[in-house]
Ligand binder design. Structure first.
Ligand SMILES: NC(=O)c1ccc[n+]([C@@H]2O[C@H](COP(=O)([O-])OP(=O)(O)OC[C@H]3O[C@@H](n4cnc5c(N)ncnc54)[C@H](O)[C@@H]3O)[C@@H](O)[C@H]2O)c1
Ligand SMILES: [Zn+2]
Length: 348
């Protein structure tokens, strides 16, 4: 079992990574402080896969559920969880486990941050994306019709338990989507993550450990996104615009994938990196099956969507670009023509 310790403004917690950890959890109950009143929250897809066995291992801990999917990451679901918590008599000493992908982690984390002004919260991520990205860093929250993740909090988990074995049941498109964030972390700080030989289920433990470490290093240095945490948005300005314009018909990871290519092309256009980096990123996306074109989406519409980004203070454009491999930088006032040129190149 690997252990990554994370320092946060609210104290320290551990990320435990090991294949078979979920099955062995009963043996670790004492070490993991999961012997008190524990409640599991999950979605309807993950429940039959892993929640029932986990509950059994944890003295028949009650299981609360939500419907799966981004459309249920909302305040109605939060309220429903509050009702279920009352029903199982959860109090300030209860530990709430979020078992599932990023949707469960974000929603249940927000519930844990607010129920009785905050209860203990453990993350057990079951998608690649949740393992390498959303379960670490303390950002939790839900969507409202006016926008994604507009309601939220910082809530640090008391522990993150990662068992890469659960990825065996993950659909191929969800694996690919998680790979977009792995590639992002590789481009930001660890080129080993870009090696196709590591990007396989058989080596998921090592892949996840390295990818998580990149995120941990960033959020430890800048927990509240005052500066370098913004680097984690690499490829996301383009990605979010695609998600918004298509009304979230694209998987987040797919949008980030092509967003990384757009970011690379824009970095080249701004004379920050050489063309080889663009080709390299294109090859990486191709090898994991991520999209490399925006299809028939309209560049001007995408640009307008970007300009409403909450990070573009006062309408001033703001991109995370690459000054070279593992050299992210924030660039303001990128000319609109350059962005449009890149988007036109990506039509197809
Ligand atoms: N808090 C953060 O810092 C942060 C960072 C990145 C993304 N996010 C959020 O994460 C969410 C996306 O998370 P996601 O990609 O994990 O999507 P998700 O939670 O919707 O999971 C994807 C699908 O896989 C299913 N699933 C989960 N684990 C499975 C398994 N082991 N086997 C089979 N099926 C499984 C789920 O039921 C769901 O249908 C978004 O809402 C995004 O905003 C948050
Ligand atoms: Zn992302």
């Amino acid at each position: 079992m690997d252990r990554i310790s994370v320092n946060t403004p609210d104290g320290q917690y551990d990320i435990l990574i090991g294949s078979g950890l979920l099955v062995d959890i009963a043996q670790h109950k004492d070490n993991f402080e999961l012997n008190g009143h524990v409640v599991i929250a999950t979605d309807n897809t993950v429940k039959p896969l892993f929640a029932d066995a986990l509950s059994h291992a944890l003295n028949d801990a009650p299981i609360l559920t939500m419907l799966e999917g981004e459309q249920h990451k909302n305040l109605d679901t939060v309220r429903h969880f509050y009702d279920q918590l009352i029903e199982v008599k959860a109090d300030r000493h209860t530990t709430l486990i979020a078992l599932g992908g990023g949707v469960v982690g974000d929603t249940v984390g927000f519930v844990a941050a607010t129920y009785m002004r905050g209860i203990h919260f453990v993350q057990i991520p079951t998608t690649l994306l949740a393992m390498v990205d959303s379960s670490v860093g303390g950002k939790v929250g839900v969507d409202i019709p006016q926008g994604k993740n507009l309601i939220g909090a910082f809530k640090q988990p008391t522990m993150v338990i990662i068992d890469p074995n659960v990825l065996a049941t993950l659909p191929a498109n969800q694996w690919r989507a998680g790979m977009a964030e792995v590639i992002k972390h590789g481009l930001l700080a660890d080129t080993a993550l870009l090696n196709p030989e590591l990007q396989v289920l058989e080596r998921a433990t090592e892949l996840v450990r390295r990818a998580v470490q990149v995120k941990v290093n960033v959020v430890e240095e800048d927990p509240y996104e005052h500066n370098i945490r913004a680097y984690l948005n690499l490829g996301h300005t383009f990605g979010h615009a695609i998600e918004q314009v298509t009304h979230y018909a694209w998987l987040h990871g797919d949008a980030v994938g092509v967003g990384l290519l757009a970011m690379a092309k824009l970095s080249y256009e701004m004379k920050l990196c050489d063309e080889k980096l663009v080709t390299h990123i294109d090859d990486l996306l191709k090898s994991v099956g991520l999209p490399r074109s925006i299809g028939d989406l309209d560049p001007e519409t995408l640009y307008n969507a970007m300009s409403t980004d909450k990070k573009w203070q006062g309408g001033q454009s703001r991109f995370v670009l690459l000054n070279g491999m593992n050299q992210p930088m924030i660039v303001k006032n990128v000319p609109k023509e350059s962005v449009l040129k890149v988007l036109h190149e990506l039509k197809g």
